[in-house]
Design a protein around this ligand. Structure first.
Ligand code: FAD
Length: 340
């Protein structure tokens, strides 16, 4: 059945930056059949599509002259196990953090390091969400997506998704072509805490916890994030605006020679992931304000809407950050979020 199509629909409440923009058409989808009906609707033929979850990883730079599809597929159910892992299928429209907490209450641990990441479950594979030493890819079995070219649902394995650092096939070859309807998580039966990340280790120590239970790790991650990151309900933002750049060992050596306090984390294979927040801070932009857009005072990787900013204003600030970091360090910061 064709979902209700709203015209000239305001999107301010549907993006965590809180910028004003309108969609030519907007609809909510709860099942694959509705996507088949949308594909067959003549007035939508040839229009660009934007898939929306919680709107916490995108920047709208103007009105969207196409169809915005808000995915609201519900549901959470255990679908068996693979010997090592419990498998749980979750609808793309379920809120991510609520799902992490619900699973913990069901005795299904493994996602606590990813607590409090805003947005919905359907978007989690798009950039292979990650935080505090865990990425979705490590807890992922498969997903079901609607394919607009084949006009049918397809199941995709982790290999099909080709996950990378804040990256997947959905940001590349399949951009705009497939809509995630559900994901199946693989949660370890023999759970081990992942608590090596410095912030997490400090927080647990401060709480007097040696080996944390899953709920204790969850609480620690939530506390760290509440302190460090702005809550989109009060300050418009989309989390990290840029990816941390990855350089070779030689490039790292050359940079350290000029900037001895440069912060980087060694990766397997000899490469080094640099802290983009440090680069932005060192370029003198932490806490900067340009019009109604700004660089967050407590975490320079986060750009914020200081009240009434347009998407274009935030984008202009992002460009300034990229230029200044490139000028000082010869490195180009790639956006982590999706610029629409
Ligand atoms: C305060 C804050 C902190 C954050 N911290 C982190 C963090 O620690 N780690 C991290 O990885 N991210 C983080 N993020 C980014 C964001 O929360 C995640 O990327 C999240 O998965 C986005 O979910 P969403 O539903 O809001 O996606 P949206 O913003 O709605 O969409 C993001 C992209 O995914 C596509 N998409 C959404 N749903 C679907 C679907 N069902 N099928 C196909 N494509 C889809 C959209 O078209 C868009 O390209 C943070 C954001 C904020 C605001």
């Amino acid at each position: 059945m064709l979902p209700t199509l709203h015209e000239r629909f305001p999107l301010r409440e549907f993006n965590t930056f809180g910028v004003e923009a309108r969609a030519r058409y907007f609809c909510r989808v709860r099942a694959a059949g509705e996507l088949a009906a949308l594909a067959a609707e003549p007035k939508l033929d040839g229009l660009p599509r934007l898939v929306l979850g919680g709107g916490s990883n995108l920047l709208l730079t103007g009105d969207f002259d196409g169809l915005v599809i808000k995915v609201e597929v519900p549901g959470l159910r255990e679908v068996g196990d693979s010997g090592e892992n419990w498998h749980v299928e979750v609808g793309a429209g379920e809120n991510w953090h609520d799902t992490v907490e619900r699973l913990l209450a069901m005795g299904r641990a493994g996602l606590e390091n990813l607590a409090l990441i805003p947005g919905n479950c359907g978007a989690a594979p798009i950039q292979n969400i990650g935080a505090y030493g865990i990425e979705l890819a490590e807890r992922f079995d498969s997903l079901v997506a609607w394919d607009f070219e084949a006009n049918q649902t397809v199941r995709m394995s982790a290999a099909d998704c080709d996950f990378g650092y804040r990256d997947s096939v959905f940001k590349r070859q399949l951009a705009g072509r497939r809509i995630v309807l559900s994901i199946t998580l693989a949660l370890p039966k023999r759970w081990e805490p992942v608590a090596g990340y410095a912030d997490v280790a400090h927080e647990l120590k401060a709480r007097g916890i040696g080996r944390p239970a899953a709920r204790e790790l969850f609480d620690a991650v939530v506390a760290i994030r509440r302190r460090k990151l702005p809550d989109p309900a009060t300050v418009g933002n989309a989390g990290s605006f840029f990816k941390n750049p990855i350089v070779t060992r030689d490039e790292h050596r050359a940079l350290i020679a000029h900037h001895p306090s440069l912060v980087g984390y060694p990766l397997p294979g000899g490469r080094v992931k640099l802290a983009a927040a440090w680069l932005i801070d060192a370029a003198g932009l932490k806490g900067a304000t340009r019009g109604r857009a700004g660089v967050y005072e407590k975490q320079a990787l986060v750009l914020v809407n200081r009240g009434g900013a347009t998407g274009a204003e935030i984008l202009a600030l992002a460009r300034e950050v990229q230029d200044k970091v490139a000028e000082k360090f010869g490195l180009w910061l790639e956006p982590e979020l999706v610029i629409v």
